[in-house]
Design a protein around this ligand. Structure first.
Ligand code: COA
Ligand code: NAP
Length: 260
């Protein structure tokens, strides 16, 4: 991790839950939030993955806990949030990062393939919002709800029509929540990463699919690039920012218009 421009105690006292926080972008975000003083709960399906992530964070002086939850199951998400609240005394930040995706031409996409991705990405984010709302509303810091999306959702995404539709739904949901929850002091935003090196996403969607990443800044993103954006949206620096999509893609979406 490069040095963060955010103070190491800027999120002290806050509790964050990161779905899919045991790998890739979610793990980078969980580490950064812990590094800024937050207590962090990482939640996903695999017990060993979330335990290992929490161990790594605790070993470097953070406070973290792993919780098993499949975001497709509302009761599991409710239980994960309740566990976070019982352990750390509240919930101030929820990062809906968990997702599933794979490349499949629409003609070959089974009904269950479509349903599975919509369930994880869109319904999973909805379940997080429902479970977290009362606690985010009660947060003395002002609650933060962040979803990880992609601008591919708005561009059309051949080979990933299910994920594009799901993420477009997530972006719309966040915009609605920003308005409905504004009076409750809860800021709701999305982060739209470009291709982030070393992640399952880049492996599946670019490397295995033989796709060029086309990043004008000339490199793949790093987990910490997204983590710094998340820190900004969780910190007091973003106190007047809600309902927006923070695109952190090295210019990829603009580069697409150049006719790659
Ligand atoms: N191509 C076509 N169809 C696929 C597929 C692929 N590569 N991978 C899964 N499917 C289909 C399955 O065949 C199944 O449909 P069917 O019942 O009609 O056969 C459906 O999708 C569900 O698959 P299953 O393996 O039962 O789902 P799961 O709940 O165990 O796992 C996934 C969810 C499929 C999204 C899995 O890839 C996953 O766990 N992903 C998490 C990590 C990830 O995607 N990271 C990238 C984030 S950008
Ligand atoms: P990843 O490492 O595969 O992350 C996905 C995480 O979600 C895993 O930790 C996984 O853990 C968890 N997960 C999957 N299904 C789940 C479920 N049903 N319930 C709970 N947790 C579940 O992939 P990533 O590339 O870092 O992607 C992270 C996020 O960034 C996703 O929202 C993705 O769409 C977005 N994104 C990624 C890129 C990129 O370049 N990588 C670009 C744009 C956007 P378990 O297997 O333990 O459940």
């Amino acid at each position: 991790m490069t040095n963060s421009p955010f103070a190491p105690d800027c999120l002290k006292g806050r509790t964050a839950l990161v779905t899919g926080g045991g790998s890739g972008i979610g793990f980078a975000i969980a580490q950064a939030l812990a590094g800024a003083g937050a207590q962090v709960v990482v939640a996903s399906r695999k017990a060993d993955r979330v335990a290992e992530a929490a161990n790594v964070i605790n070993a470097i002086g953070g406070r973290a806990m792993g919780v098993v939850a499949d975001v497709r199951e509302p009761e599991a998400v409710q239980a994960a949030v309740a566990n976070a609240v019982d352990t750390f005394g509240g919930l101030d930040i929820l990062v809906a990062n968990a997702a599933g995706n794979f490349v499949v031409p629409f003609a070959d996409m089974s009904f269950n393939a479509w349903r599975t991705v919509i369930d994880i990405d869109l319904h999973g984010t909805f379940h997080c919002a429902k479970a977290a709302y009362p606690y985010l509303k009660a947060s003395s810091y002002g609650g933060r709800f962040i979803a990880i999306t992609t601008m591919r959702a708005l561009e059309g995404w051949p080979g990933c029509a299910h994920a594009a539709a799901a993420k477009a739904g997530v972006m719309s949901l966040i915009r609605s929540l920003a308005v409905e929850w504004g009076p409750d002091g809860i800021l709701c935003n999305t982060i739209a990463p470009g291709p982030i090196g070393g992640t399952e996403g880049v492996k599946r969607l670019y490397e295995e699919a033989g796709q060029s990443t086309g990043v004008p800044l000339g490199r793949l993103g790093r987990g910490e690039d997204i983590a710094q954006a998340a820190l900004y949206l969780c910190s007091d620096a973003s106190r007047f920012v809600t309902g927006t999509d923070l695109v952190v893609d090295g210019g990829r979406q603009r580069g697409q218009r150049g006719g790659e």
